[in-house]
Design a protein around this ligand. Structure first.
Ligand code: ASP
Length: 432
């Protein structure tokens, strides 16, 4: 009996110690345990996938109401349309500029790593199939014919456009629209609270997802393409910890504080491979850990989750060169310029969901006449690459929000400096 009681005490001690750990530590433990379990169990690890699916469903459940309510609140909090216009312009310019830097880095890494050299592949089909939508189609489709359908379908870009339009109308109407504004603001608060609840399940969901990925890919699939995986991972690390650090330092911000503050969002992005899925976590980190004002976060981050794809751009650079090398095709200087241009713009049309970048890769390949078979090669390991590129995408979104926050005086510097140590919640709510 005594033995039983002491073992119960020991267990409850362990449990409360586990509970007291910071979320990012728990997520890291979940990730490592999941990978280990997956490699040990092999394909049998699929039984753990429902745990991951449960978590994924939880965050997907949040996306549409969270984006809509927080974006409308963000727009109405900006009070004057000139602030909003300036923030929107800054976001788009920074997202496109960092995208162009990312793809250029991807090309340089692809050139020096030469992951496809010596593969001697032969293209079967001459005709390239372009499955990706054109730029014009993407732009026209941004305005929803039916906003409810856009929300039901989870179309984030259309939901953003509708939310911005509703926000502007509420601001223009003033008093008359106040009741609706209050309802939506309260809705946003509810969604933030729900986000924290879903996030506390992250370590277990991520355990299930990692076990499934490791178990279903196994080392046999990963080894032959290890060089491409290595190139994408090295490029991602260089871009985040080198490129972003330099940009932050140029703005007088400490990279250390930034990277401590974004860790939760990065781990969620890495394990879910979805920028949209990681959006609740990015908003939580940006506001509570980095001290960016709520209204700015709710405007810049949903936009970033759909428009900004730095990691995807980098991956497309590496993969385009990998495919060119594998099929023995020489690219001219003009081809590199075309790749940079197409890939930067393709990012706008890439949805923040798993695997979207692979479809956009076909657009980039078509633009310079590279064979579509290359996509099949990459598809085998795409999930592994997707984890890294999504992590960069999300980090880039938050980095741009931080830069704009600093520029607009919407960054709580004390909170930023102590990022990761405590959840301040002191981020200001109203902008302007
Ligand atoms: N999975 C990526 C994201 O959600 C998009 C991609 O496939 O590149 O950010």
């Amino acid at each position: 009996m005594e033995h039983f009681m002491s073992s119960v005490k020991q267990k409850s001690g362990l449990f409360s110690r586990w509970k007291a750990l910071p979320l990012w530590v728990k997520i890291m433990v979940g990730m490592a345990a999941g990978l280990l379990t997956g490699f040990l169990l092999g394909p049998k690890a699929t039984v753990l996938k429902p745990l991951g699916d449960l978590f994924l469903n939880g965050i997907k459940m949040l996306i549409v109401p969270l984006v809509f309510c927080s974006l409308v609140s963000g727009v109405t909090a900006m009070k004057d349309t000139s602030t909003m216009g300036r923030v929107a312009l800054k976001s788009i310019v920074l997202y496109l500029a960092t995208g162009a830097i990312a793809i250029s880095l991807g090309l340089v890494i692809g050139y020096f790593f030469a992951p496809g050299e010596g593969m001697h592949m032969v293209a079967q089909t001459q005709e390239a199939v372009n499955k990706a939508p054109s730029m014009i189609d993407t732009l026209v489709a941004m305005v929803p014919q039916n906003p409810l359908k856009a929300m039901v379908d989870g179309n984030i870009l259309q939901t953003i456009v509708f939310a911005i339009a509703v926000g502007i109308s509420i601001s223009l109407l003033g008093k008359k629209a106040e009741p609706m504004q209050k309802v939506i603001e309260s809705g946003a608060e509810i969604m933030y609270r729900l986000t924290s609840m879903v996030m506390s399940f992250a370590p277990y969901g991520i355990f299930g997802l990692m076990a499934w990925v490791a178990g279903s890919y196994g080392l046999e699939v990963l080894l032959p393409l290890a060089k491409v995986i290595g190139a994408v991972y090295v490029g991602s690390l260089l871009l985040m910890y080198g490129g972003y650090s330099l940009i932050l330092m140029a703005k007088g911000l400490s990279p250390r504080g930034f990277f401590r503050g974004v860790l939760d969002a990065q781990t969620i992005a890495f394990s879910t491979s979805s920028s949209s899925g990681a959006l609740p976590a990015s908003m939580h980190c940006a506001e509570n850990k980095l001290g960016i004002s709520k209204s700015l976060c709710s405007f810049v981050l949903p936009l970033g989750a759909t428009v900004n794809m730095n990691g995807t751009a980098l991956y497309q650079g590496v993969c385009a060169l990998f495919i060119a090398q594998a099929f023995g095709i020489d690219l001219a200087f003009s081809d590199y310029v075309t790749i940079i241009f197409t890939s930067t713009l393709a990012a706008v049309g890439t949805a923040g969901v798993p695997g979207a970048g692979l479809i956009m890769l076909s657009l980039v390949l078509t633009s310079v006449g590279l064979p579509m078979e290359g996509v099949a090669l990459i598809a085998a390991i795409d999930r592994i690459l997707d984890m890294a590129r999504t992590c960069v995408n999300v980090t880039g979104d938050i980095m741009v929000a931080t830069l704009i926050g600093k520029g607009e005086g919407e960054l709580d510097q004390a909170c930023y400096n102590s990022a990761g140590e405590s959840e301040s919640g002191s981020a200001r709510v109203v902008m302007g």
